[in-house]
Write a new protein. Structure first.
Length: 134
């Protein structure tokens, strides 16, 4: 089951009738995110496989995942905000039980993301899942 914050996002997206409204909301989510400290934007936090530059700083405390992220593309920053709502706060053993494709379908995003954005999103999810394994 997804986090309550993500469920709230799903409810919000259900009220948005068309793709352009949803796209603008993703952008707004990215704009609302706090900036990631520059000291965390290093090679080990950079996510490869994304068309834009993306960083995820993942932390665990008592087997609970939290993370921050950033991107030089505002739409990608919004996608990071969605992933934070989906995964942050979960216990490590719960992470691989989340189906990101299914969850993003609930937001109506999958069919509208470019192949490059979809590949980048997969790379971010893979980075999150790797943290759950280690």
């Amino acid at each position: 089951m997804a986090q309550p914050n993500f469920e709230h996002l799903v409810e919000t997206f259900e009220f948005l009738d068309d793709w352009e409204d949803r796209y603008r909301h993703v952008i707004d989510l990215g704009k609302a995110m706090p900036n990631m400290p520059e000291v965390l934007k290093v090679a080990t936090t950079k996510v490869d496989g994304c068309a834009s530059r993306v960083w995820l700083h993942l932390r665990t405390n008592n087997d609970v995942l939290t993370f921050v992220g950033d991107s030089d593309a505002i739409i990608v920053k919004g996608l990071i905000a969605i992933l934070i709502n989906l995964y942050s706060g979960l216990k490590l053993e719960e992470i691989n039980g989340i189906d990101p494709v299914l969850e993003l379908e609930r937001l109506g995003l999958n069919e509208h993301l470019s192949s490059q954005r979809s590949n980048g999103l997969r790379a971010m999810v893979e980075r999150i899942r790797e943290t759950a394994i280690t």
